[in-house]
Design a binder for this molecule. Structure first.
Ligand SMILES: *[C@@H]1O[C@H](CO)[C@@H](O)[C@H](O)[C@H]1NC(C)=O
Ligand SMILES: *[C@@H]1O[C@H](CO)[C@@H](O)[C@H](O)[C@H]1NC(C)=O
Ligand SMILES: *[C@@H]1O[C@H](CO)[C@@H](O)[C@H](O)[C@H]1NC(C)=O
Length: 503
């Protein structure tokens, strides 16, 4: 009894995890009954190996008949499949496309029956009758079916309440049902082992996808389990994605399903984007075929007014799933619009339309116009310009020629660089003329005026001196101009000298 149950467990384990393989050593167990468990929807092989040494040298003289003894006792055994002496096959109508034996395997005494896919109503006792001339041998295999039921049925949608339940064709009364996710018993806080053990997942998330094992324990100590691979249809990427785009540039809003809808057998798929902009609803429809799971929205040019929440809705068969995507636009606001004069104080403020509060900003001069035109001057000053500066506001206290060019503001989040925006700084006075020229011109004019005035003074002084020295009668001069005028003349002479030195 112990051996039998161990054997059954082994059979079950092999079949549950890798349906389609035969129990080794079955050839020695001819005419003995086996029990095989299979999950509805998977495939199963009912083993029947008869030793070739007994006969079967000439397969055309062999016939095989697989019958199922009805689940309910009153029914006649149902012919599942018959391979006659001539190789003719007959199959029972309800199972016709799902059952097969391998012709090549018959030669080696392998009369196993393959059922793909198994249905819950296939459960029952199967018998193979193998006839060679008058010699008849038989195999008996009991097929037990475990059914995993999803409510609502597949495809399972992210965040949509889900009930997973499990039953089997075993006749005894169920004592306990347990669920294991990826090999671990589901935490008791979330569920469980219980009598009416349906597993309820209120908000299925992508993390709930994967293998789920249902283990059933019956009053006769029979333990049956099966594994179900749960796929959840949702979206790729984070739950509330934010897309960062520079004002004036293009934006791509992503919307990709976690699986190809065709993986769920659904071919009718359509994508749709909408946005409530103030009072009116904008919408875009994205046409894709079922071999695509991506429905991105491309906006060729975004401005701060385009920022906000966009909704991507994808219809998969009769179900529609939606995801909100936020578009955040990065802008630069300069304190001076347009051309900036050299020497002025300029503030460039980098901002986000939808800040989440943890963003960091970084300013960097990408290329200096001066560095381009005067390569020889590209020394430490320009390197300084390329060094990034932190914070949303970039202050240039005295705009100079070397500040001219492209400035980039990058936005960083905990996850890395989110986006960037560029600003073209145009500085006037690039030809070393206009405003500085008027200034130096004024200076020159003032200097010239001063010089001219000084010159005039000199000329006047000289003229005065000449007039004082030119009396018509030198003798007369010699007579009474002995003292005072002489002294005066000397004084005048000295004055002239001083003036000349001054000039
Ligand atoms: C016996 O035949 C079945 C299909 O009918 C096949 O799946 C199985 O692998 C075969 N077993 C061996 C041992 O060849
Ligand atoms: C298990 O449940 C499924 C779905 O409810 C049902 O179709 C099937 O007949 C049940 N199987 C048994 C053995 O009760
Ligand atoms: C589906 O679209 C992809 C590209 O979007 C294309 O390569 C493929 O041929 C299309 N398939 C069908 C069946 O239209």
């Amino acid at each position: 009894m112990r051996l039998v149950s161990q054997l059954l467990f082994l059979t079950f384990t092999l079949l549950a995890f890798n349906a389609g393989h035969i129990l080794p050593g079955a050839a020695k167990e001819e005419n003995r009954e086996h029990k095989v468990w299979a999950r509805a929807g998977s495939s199963v092989v009912l083993p029947c190996h008869l030793s070739p040494r007994k006969m079967w040298k000439l397969p055309e003289k062999t016939s095989v008949l697989w019958k199922r003894h009805g689940g309910s006792a009153q029914q006649e055994p149902l012919v599942v499949l018959e391979v006659g002496y001539s190789g003719l096959r007959k199959t029972a109508l309800p199972m016709r496309p799902r059952v097969s034996v391998q012709d090549s395997a018959l030669l080696s005494g392998n009369f196993s029956l393959r059922i793909d896919p198994v249905r819950s109503e296939d459960a029952g006792l199967y018998e193979a009758l193998v006839a060679y001339n008058t010699l008849i041998q038989s195999c008996q295999v009991e097929l037990g079916v475990i059914t995993v039921t999803l409510s609502p049925p597949s495809p399972v949608i992210e965040n949509e309440p889900l009930l997973l339940s499990c039953n089997s064709s075993h006749q005894a009364s169920l004592v306990e049902m347990c669920w294991f996710h990826n090999g671990h018993l589901v935490p008791t806080s979330r569920t469980f082992c219980s009598l009416h053990g349906a597993l309820s997942i209120l908000r299925p998330a992508m993390s709930d996808a994967g293998s789920w094992r249902c283990q059933l324990r019956y009053s006769d100590n029979e333990i049956i389990s099966t594994t179900y691979h749960l796929q959840i249809l949702g979206f790729d990427g984070p739950t509330n994605p934010v897309v960062y785009a520079a004002a004036g540039s293009a934006a791509h809003l992503p919307c990709a399903l976690s699986y190809l809808p065709s993986a769920f057998g659904v071919n009718a798929v359509s994508g749709h984007w909408s946005r409530l902009a103030g009072e009116h609803l904008q919408d875009w429809s994205i046409s894709q075929n079922s071999s695509s799971r991506s429905f991105p929205l491309h906006l060729p040019r975004v401005e701060p007014g385009d920022a906000g929440q966009y909704r991507c809705s994808v219809s998969v068969g009769s179900k529609t799933i939606s995801r909100d995507v936020t578009l955040a636009v990065v802008t630069v606001t300069p304190s001076i619009q347009g051309l900036v004069s050299e020497g002025s104080r300029l503030l460039l403020v980098c901002s986000l339309t939808h800040p989440r509060g943890h963003e960091r900003f970084q300013w960097k001069q990408l290329n200096s116009a001066l560095a381009k035109s005067k390569l020889s001057v590209a020394t430490s000053h320009n390197l300084e310009g390329h060094r990034p500066r932190m914070g949303p506001t970039l202050e240039i206290p005295h705009v100079s020629q070397r500040d001219m060019g492209t400035w980039e503001c990058s936005v960083y989040g905990p996850e890395g660089r989110l986006g960037a925006v560029e600003y073209e700084l145009q500085v006037t006075g690039a030809r070393v003329s206009s405003p500085p020229t008027t200034f130096s011109g004024q200076v020159t004019f003032g200097l010239m005026l001063t010089l001219f005035l000084l010159l005039t003074v000199c000329v006047l002084a000289l003229a005065l001196q000449k007039r004082a020295r030119s009396p018509a009668f030198p003798g007369l001069e010699g007579m009474f101009a002995v003292t005072v005028p002489r002294k005066k003349e000397m004084e005048e002479n000295q004055k002239e000298k001083i003036q000349q030195t001054e000039c």
